[in-house]
Design a protein around this ligand. Structure first.
Ligand SMILES: [Zn+2]
Length: 142
């Protein structure tokens, strides 16, 4: 037991998402692709949402993406997050064609963030069971 007090998802043993969570612990971000129509899939599913095929395979993201949208949280009702305000939650479009929600970190001023700004995936260990993806802003000139 550690002192992580933020809410975490409830994992269901044997769920299709198990590989996703296990891979995060190894600092790999895995998503699915449909072997029949080549559609990229995130979050993990049993059936392709594009063609209904069950012929899916897992692939590792390179972790490069751009900000699709974001919001800055200045006040939170969730006790575990109170020490972190302001923080940024965003939707990131990864280069593999999937959209992922996560914290956006590495900024000096959240009001200077831009839609389509380049971000890079990093991993944050929350507990022994959970590692979470976060996205670091890539500054111009880096
Ligand atoms: Zn498909």
């Amino acid at each position: 037991m550690n002192d992580y007090i933020k809410p975490l998802p409830q994992q269901v043993k044997g769920a299709v998402s198990q590989k996703y969570w296990d891979s995060l612990k190894e600092e790999k971000f895995m998503y699915q692709k449909c072997n029949d129509c080549d559609f990229s899939i995130f979050y993990a599913r049993v059936v392709c949402p594009n063609c209904m095929s069950e012929n899916l395979s897992w692939h590792q993201s390179a972790g490069e993406g751009t900000i699709y949208s974001y919001t800055t949280v200045f006040r939170t009702g969730t006790p575990g997050f109170k020490s972190e305000v302001p923080y940024v939650v965003g939707l990131v479009d990864l280069a593999e064609g999937i959209r992922v929600m996560g914290n956006i970190i590495g900024w000096d001023d959240p009001e200077a963030l831009q839609i389509d700004q380049v971000v890079s995936l990093e991993f944050r260990k929350a507990t022994d069971q959970y590692t979470l993806p976060v996205f670091r802003v890539i500054q111009e000139g880096e």
